[in-house]
Design a binder for this molecule. Structure first.
Ligand code: ADP
Ligand code: MG
Length: 346
């Protein structure tokens, strides 16, 4: 085919499936979206159950606001959201969601069922969806306030994606990591994660502190090594707080939990500054540290709409803010080393 080709407009169903592939790559990426939805719905209790690392079955149950009966027909249509109305709302967004794509994408790649009850409804409704549309229901069922979302047979209609999934044990590990990160950061919400017919792998209580949650999930050794860090800058308009392991601790692998305005992100620049420029350079013996930082800044200074998974964000004055964070971590660790030296000399 050497000659110029005719351009056609892709069918909407093709467009939607292409987009869905971008957002939902593994059971854990579906779970991330669902946890965020539960948190956006002000849930105080989030329970997750999985079978075969989420590849066969993944269920999340919350006690949030529930979904109105009238929203059910369009719930799984692409770009249906209750969180954003105008483009300018993105400047002050304080919910995780805003693109209205997660449930639509999940319904395109799996068999999705939703049970939900709002405070004012007497009964719950149960609905099944496939390819963005209702296939069964809504049926009236008994249930508590909140929403239960079940995903079965993820990628049943996409054999290539199915093949690229890792072993169930590895997919479960990803689910474990996502759940832990949200549980640590949202310590006022109780989380549980379990494999079907087994005991809880994660269980947190609403009164737990972040360090205690880290202790329950990752163990005493890391929790005992944590020191708190804080910094703020009124000119750069940001605040940072968190916990980092001291210069003595080194685990089996690195742990990096980074939240920007409560959004779990993969900030390459912060990661590089802390790991490569502080821990590896000045504390090579602790090159597998545990880092949990939470950054808050004016929503106007952040662009959250960089990627469909929202894993990346861009923010104003990034270089200056990152170097301030690096200095804070460095100072804290060096000061600790000095104290230790003095202590050993005595
Ligand atoms: P977004 O979160 O970007 O709005 P989603 O596809 O994730 O898009 O969800 C679509 C809508 O469904 C949300 O805007 C919300 O109104 C509703 N919703 C989804 N999950 C829940 C939940 N667990 N509790 C209450 N409402 C929910
Ligand atoms: Mg969402």
């Amino acid at each position: 085919m050497n000659g110029a080709q005719k351009i056609i407009k892709l069918d909407e169903s093709v467009v939607n499936r292409i987009a869905a592939g971008e957002i939902i790559q593994t059971p854990s990426s579906a779970l991330k979206e669902l946890i965020e939805n539960s948190l956006d719905a002000h849930s105080r209790n989030i329970q997750i159950t999985v079978k075969s690392g989420g590849t066969k079955y993944l269920q999340i149950s919350d006690n949030g606001t529930g979904i109105l009966r009238e929203n059910l027909p369009i719930l799984c249509e692409r770009f249906s959201t209750s969180k954003l109305q105008n483009y300018s709302d993105l400047q002050s967004i304080n919910t995780y969601g805003f693109r209205g794509e997660a449930l639509a994408s999940i319904s395109l790649v799996s068999r999705l069922s939703i049970q939900t009850k709002t405070r004012d409804q007497e009964c719950a409704f149960k609905v099944k969806y496939e390819n963005g549309a209702i296939t069964e229901g809504p049926t009236l069922v008994a249930g508590n306030q909140g929403t239960i979302i079940s995903i079965e047979d993820i990628f049943y209609n996409n054999p290539i994606r199915l093949k690229t999934l890792s072993l169930p044990s590895e997919e479960f590990q990803r689910i474990f990591e996502v759940t832990s990160k949200y549980a640590i950061h949202n310590h006022q919400v109780s989380f549980s994660l379990k494999k079907f017919n087994e005991n809880n792998s994660i269980k947190t209580l609403p009164s737990d502190s972040p360090v205690n949650i880290i202790r329950t999930i990752y163990g005493n050794e890391v929790a005992n090594s944590l020191i708190d860090i804080n910094c703020a800058d009124t000119k750069l308009k940001f605040e940072m707080s968190g916990f980092i392991s001291n210069g003595e601790y080194s685990g089996k692998k690195r742990h990096f939990l980074c939240f920007i305005n409560h959004r779990l992100v993969e900030s390459k620049s912060i990661k590089k500054a802390i790991f490569d420029e502080v821990y590896v350079k000045i504390l090579p013996n602790s090159s597998h540290p545990f880092i949990y930082i939470s950054l808050e800044m004016d929503p106007k200074n952040i662009d959250v709409n960089v990627s469909p998974t929202k894993h990346e964000v861009n923010f104003l004055n990034e270089e200056l803010i990152v170097s301030k964070i690096r200095e804070t971590v460095e100072e804290k660790l060096l000061a600790l080393r000095e104290v230790k030296k003095l202590f050993l000399q005595q």
